[in-house]
Design a protein around this ligand. Structure first.
Ligand code: NAD
Length: 337
């Protein structure tokens, strides 16, 4: 069993912990937190060993009646892989700790690409992360775009991608984020950082992205145009996208008209935390004009990177190839509707 530690137990970290626990070949050795809040109590209730991320704050756990298994250093020393799910920028600060114990580390998309040897998306470049020491699992939006672009490149060739990302202002629990009554080009100056980030996965890809922030918390929405190198009809492209295990092509008959109903659907299906690990792509929107493909897809920012983290654990430990890992992860989490 692969021993996995999770440093940073927030939105992404707690989901990765549950996903790791669900796998047949790995277990959560422990999770590290900075302070004793509801998530720390939740971790203990679930039976995860809890480690203090900051030594000076360890006594706060004591005062809150939460038992610690040790300090984060103890966790990093013990595990085969550490998943760093700390807020943007903190992962880079933690890198020296992982190096000190020679523990392979995964970082999240909020970190700069140069924190790691490889930026990772399981569908697109799993092999590049095999045996790597520092791997960055790209952001939610980059993950969503990479899953879409990889099969299109393989099947038809891609001349150019143009995508407009309508971004949620904040996650549901991020009470301090906004806008709360505005529509904000973000950034105003083009391009947005997403295009260059996608190029960390496909270095030779031509891609321009624009971003806006809106008063929503549920999901991001992408309006995508891909100029292909050939002219398949829309039905063929839709079939290709339907064959991708982490793309949910939303059928017309479901009458799902936006992110609200998608989240409702996830709740109805009993998904943990109403998570949507798949790109949710509207089948009706898949259109071809000459060699130009157009479509809409929604991306659940809090969860689409979770299966990617699980696959990256197998890649850095060289314990499965891409197909085997993706299948195992999908089966354990019941990915796909
Ligand atoms: P979060 O704030 O929800 O969780 C981060 C957790 O790390 C918190 O529990 C915080 O207390 C803890 N933490 C802070 N400093 C720490 C330290 N020094 N050591 C250990 N723990 C510490 O953040 P998040 O949304 O889970 O984001 C984590 C990373 O994932 C970021 O790089 C982010 O860009 C990326 N990401 C976030 C989303 C999203 O939409 N939430 C999507 C994809 C990727």
């Amino acid at each position: 069993m692969l021993q996995v530690g999770i440093n940073g137990y927030g939105t992404i970290g707690k989901r990765v912990a549950d996903a790791v626990r669900a796998q047949p070949d790995m277990e959560v050795t422990g999770v590290a937190k900075t302070r004793p809040n509801f998530e720390a109590e939740g971790a203990v209730e679930k039976g995860f060993s809890l480690y203090a991320a900051i030594e000076e704050r360890a006594e706060l756990f004591d005062e809150a009646g939460i038992e610690l298994a040790g300090m984060v250093e103890d966790l990093v020393e013990k595990v085969d892989v550490v998943v760093d799910a700390c807020p943007s920028g903190i992962g880079a600060d933690n890198k020296s700790l992982y190096e000190e114990y020679d523990t392979p580390a995964l970082y999240q998309g909020g970190e700069d690409a140069d924190v790691a040897d490889v930026s990772f998306n399981a569908r697109a470049n799993y092999e590049e992360a095999i045996d790597a020491q520092h791997v960055r699992v790209v952001s939610c939006n980059t993950t969503g775009l990479s899953r879409l672009i990889a099969p299109l490149r393989e099947e038809y060739g891609v001349e150019k991608v143009r995508a407009t990302l309508v971004r949620r202002g904040g996650d549901p629990a991020q009470t301090g984020r906004g806008p709360i009554n505005d529509i904000v080009p973000n950034p105003v100056k083009l391009p947005s950082h997403h295009g260059p980030d996608v190029k960390t996965i496909f270095p030779d890809l031509s891609i321009d992205t624009l971003g806006l922030k809106v008063p929503a918390t549920l999901m991001h929405m992408h309006s995508v145009n891909v100029s292909l190198e050939s002219e398949p009809d829309a039905e063929e492209v839709r079939d290709l996208l339907e064959s991708q295990s982490r793309i949910f092509v939303v059928p017309e008959r479901m009458d799902i008209d936006g992110a609200g109903k998608l989240k409702e659907y996830a709740m109805d299906r009993g998904r943990p935390r109403a998570d949507l690990w798949e790109n949710c792509l509207w089948g009706e929107s898949v259109s071809m004009e000459g060699n130009d493909l157009y479509l809409f897809q929604a991306i659940h920012q809090e969860s689409d990177v979770v299966p990617e983290n699980v696959d990256a654990i197998r890649a850095v430990t060289n314990s499965a190839d891409a197909r085997e890992s993706i299948e195992t992860t999908n089966e354990a989490l019941e990915i796909g509707f």
